[in-house]
Design a protein around this ligand. Sequence first.
Ligand SMILES: O=C(O)[C@H](O)[C@@H](O)[C@H](O)[C@H](O)COP(=O)(O)O
Length: 263
Amino acid sequence: MAKQANLYSFPTVEALAPALRAYVISCQEAGITRHGVFKVAVSGGSLPKTLAQALLAPPTSDADTIKWDRWEIFFADERAVPLDHPDSNYALLKAELLDKLQLPDGTTPPVVHTIDPEALDDTQELADRYEQALVRSFASRDSVKLPIFDLLLLGCGPDGHTCSLFPGHELLRETSAWVAPIEDSPKPPPRRVTLTLPVVTHAVKVAFVATGAGKKEVLKEIFEQGNGLPCALVNEGTGGRCSWFVDNAAVEGVSYPRRPFSL
Ligand SMILES: O=C(O)[C@H](O)[C@@H](O)[C@H](O)[C@H](O)COP(=O)(O)O
């Protein structure tokens, strides 16, 4: 039987953070072994804050080191706003994490692939330019069908959306683009760009982070019925390559086997 998504539940976000850190570092090491760098995409929402809690902690050993100079950071989705706008996922990640990195002298900071602020008026152009950034980093579309991220770090919305892939939206049927525009996001702001579902499910590893009691209804639906919700489609498309890091409040009453966290 095909492997299913791993569900790791922790009493608190504080307890979740070290496990998330260990998981990210294992993905980092696998990426560096594979191609010398770590290519990761991150979402907005509450994720950057939890990520900061995990990644800004001081290393406890050599093996626990975050090799920031090897990181290439992309956005799983981004809002069509200037990079210093309060709605910008880049601005959020910068404030929560990037500005707080304490890099040893001489260490190169991570490469961060932002959307092109010159193309905000036209979301199709914005998506095309971001796709070109992926092509430059991964490979041309002629030589690879889809880019392969080492890790995607995603959130889960209360309606089951992830990235800017919303339930029932036509974007879920996209089969060719790597990055797509959306003009009618039900979660504001409406104009965004997002990685498409085939790119998401093609990643080496996908991790969701979902915390708080506000998530328990939707996690019940995702794990018990699926119902074609975007997060459930990611679970189905990635199986054992997908891991959920949640707190107990988010999965209260969800009947799906939790696994003890291990790498
Ligand atoms: O730009 C966005 O809106 C996010 O990337 C989005 O996909 C987010 O990850 C979910 O809405 C979960 O957000 P919360 O973690 O805040 O619930």
